[in-house]
Design a protein around this ligand. Structure first.
Ligand code: HPA
Length: 277
């Protein structure tokens, strides 16, 4: 059971450890998904911390997630880059999956950009597609908000606009202006770690999902409870199960093509440079 006082104390200790390294006040947090870490190397005046040095930060166990926090500026705007996503399938208590979001909130960010690698369900969304997340379906039925209400959180968060519409409109305009091809769609969260079966993917398609993955939704739920606006972008790395002949492999997910990585980086830079919340 969550102990809100302990929870707040742990966040405060993590904030203090970060404040001992940098007094940068991040405006936005960027969560980089599997294989999308390159953007962290573009941060200027970077202060890099291992998440292992941040008290109470859950240990990162997945290849492709560096377990780092990078503080600095991107396009002249102060940001924190989170390369230390926590997944439900790693076996952490579910509440821990929201820890990086609570930390970003406590550090004063105005919004959080969640990126992920996802399987394409919509047949038009092949590998290399960038998908602006319009909405999600929580098919894991897990929820990091179960338990006592955390500090600054609401008990029953409204989820009618989980991926901030105003922010999405701005992101869309940037993609159009910069001629970055993109799609929009619904992301379905499964807990993983096993990939889906072809029957599950057919079911998700009928339910209205365009892409499937094992992250992002718990973070969006945590952000909603704190009133923090979220923007979500999926990189489609593979056709979902049953939509191609070969088995799914994490190595393929990590091998996001250079081209799409560059497009995502350009888009995120534009979002950081030009969007205001
Ligand atoms: N399923 C679930 N998660 C994923 C996939 C997938 O096909 N690709 C990348 N992350």
């Amino acid at each position: 059971m969550t102990d809100p006082a302990l929870d707040a104390q742990q966040t405060a200790e993590a904030v203090a450890a970060i404040r001992a390294q940098t007094d940068l006040q991040p405006d936005l947090a960027l969560v980089l998904g599997s294989g999308l870490g390159a953007l962290a190397d573009d941060i200027e005046d970077a202060v890099v911390m291992s998440t292992a040095d941040v008290p109470h930060y859950p240990a990162s166990t997945v290849e492709g997630h560096a377990g780092r926090l990078v503080f600095g500026t991107l396009e002249g705007r102060p940001v924190m880059v989170i390369q230390g996503r926590v997944h439900a399938y790693e076996g952490h208590p579910l509440r821990s999956v929201g820890f990086p979001v609570r930390l970003a909130h406590a550090l004063g960010v105005q919004g959080i950009v969640l990126t992920n690698a996802a399987g394409g369900i919509n047949p038009a969304f092949g590998p290399g597609t960038l998908m602006l997340i319009t909405d999600h379906i929580n098919l894991s039925f897990l929820n990091p908000l179960v338990g006592a209400v955390g500090e600054g959180e609401v008990r029953f968060p409204d989820m009618s606009d989980p991926y901030d519409e105003t922010w999405r409109l701005q992101a869309r305009n940037i993609a159009i202006t910069q001629k970055i091809p993109y799609r929009e769609g619904v992301y379905v969260w499964t807990s993983g770690p096993s990939y889906e079966t072809p029957a599950e993917i057919r079911f998700f398609a009928r339910a209205g999902a365009d892409a499937v993955g094992m992250s992002t939704v718990p973070e969006a739920l945590q952000a909603a409870a704190l009133g923090l606006p979220v923007l979500g972008i999926s990189t489609i790395t593979n056709p979902a199960a049953g939509l191609q002949d070969t088995p799914l492999d994490h190595a393929d997910v990590l091998e996001v093509g250079r081209n799409v990585r560059d497009r995502l980086a350009t888009w995120v830079r534009g979002i950081v440079a030009e969007t205001r919340l």
